[in-house]
Design a protein around this ligand. Structure first.
Ligand SMILES: [Zn+2]
Length: 258
C-alpha cells in the first residue's frame, strides 16, 4: 500500500479530480492527505475529504499565503478543524525566506499560532521550510521544549544537520519528487542515513513532478516514482519501503486503516 502524505487535490480543477483520485488508486495509492495552503481553501478541503473515503485533510496556512491573505486566526483554525474527523493535521505552515521581500515577523507569528493549535489539538503539524533552516530549528526546538508536539518536515530538502535536529524532536521527514531529480545527489545521501521508521513519501502535487514526469502536472499517482528511488537509496525493496512509510503514516496520525 502507498500513501501520498502531502498533495493538494484542492488545486486541481473540479472536473478532473475524480480522475486524479482514480489514477492514484489504480497506481496503488490507497490514501492521500490533502495539505492546505490557504484560508481560501478551507471549505474546499472539508468538501473533498467528505467526498472521497481515501482522502484525509489538513487545515493550515502557508507562510506566503499568510502574507497575501493576512494571518488566519487560531479561532478560524479550530473552527475548521472541528468540522470533520477526517482533518488529521495542521498545515502546511512554516517559513519561506526564498521570496524577495518576505515578511519574517509575520511568518513567525503565523507559525507560532499553528504550533499552538497543534499542541492544543494533538494533531501533527505539517512544516514547510525553505531557506529558513536556522529560524526553523530554533523555533521548533524552543517550542518543543516548552511543550511537545508532533510534526512532519514536508518536502525535506535541507542537510543532514537539520535532519538530525528534527529527528531529535521525534519529527517525521517526508521525501518528495525532488529526491528523483538528477541534481539531488546530496539529498539522496541524506535520506540514505535516516531511520526508516521516520520516513514518509509525498508528491506535493500538482507541484514538483518526479522523474520521468518532469515538466508535467504532478499527481498523487506519481508518488510511485519517489517510492522507487527511496527504496534504492535505503536498500529496501519497493514493497518494503511502501509498507514502512504507510505504517509510519498510520502510527503518526493514529489511524486504524487498511
Ligand atoms: Zn504543499
Amino acid at each position: 500500500m502507498l500513501i501520498d502524505s502531502h498533495c493538494h487535490l484542492d488545486m486541481f480543477d473540479d472536473s478532473i479530480r475524480d480522475d486524479i483520485v482514480k489514477n492514484a488508486n489504480n497506481a496503488g495509492v490507497k490514501y492521500m492527505l490533502n495539505a492546505c495552503a490557504a484560508r481560501a481553501s478551507f471549505e474546499k478541503i472539508i468538501e473533498i475529504t467528505k467526498k472521497y473515503d481515501c482522502v484525509f485533510g489538513a487545515i493550515g496556512q502557508h507562510p506566503e499565503e499568510a502574507e497575501r491573505e493576512g494571518i488566519v486566526s487560531k479561532e478560524e483554525l479550530y473552527t475548521f478543524i472541528s468540522k470533520s474527523k477526517k482533518i488529521i493535521a495542521i498545515g502546511e505552515t512554516g517559513l519561506d525566506y526564498s521570496g524577495e521581500n518576505f515578511n519574517r515577523n509575520l511568518q513567525i507569528e503565523n507559525l507560532l499560532n499553528h504550533i499552538d493549535v497543534a499542541k492544543n489539538t494533538g494533531l501533527p503539524l505539517i512544516i514547510h521550510n525553505r531557506d529558513s533552516n536556522d529560524d526553523m530549528t530554533e523555533i521548533l526546538s524552543s517550542e518543543y521544549k516548552k511543550s511537545p508536539f508532533k510534526a512532519i518536515i514536508h518536502c525535506f530538502t535541507a542537510d543532514k544537520k537539520m535532519a538530525d535536529k528534527m529527528l531529535e524532536l521525534g519529527f517525521y521527514i517526508s521525501a518528495s519528487g525532488i529526491t528523483t531529480f538528477k541534481s539531488a545527489g546530496e539529498l539522496r545521501d541524506v535520506f540514505s542515513t535516516l531511520p526508516l521508521e521516520k520516513l514518509l513519501i509525498e508528491t506535493d502535487s500538482p507541484y514538483l513532478a518526479p522523474v520521468p514526469y518532469r515538466g508535467k502536472t504532478n499527481e498523487p499517482a506519481f508518488v510511485v516514482e519517489t517510492a522507487k528511488v527511496l527504496a534504492s537509496i535505503t536498500n529496501t525493496s519497493f514493497d518494503e519501503i511502501t509498507n514502512i512509510t504507510s505504517e509510519n503514516f498510520k502510527r503518526l496520525f493514529e489511524l486504524d486503516i487498511k
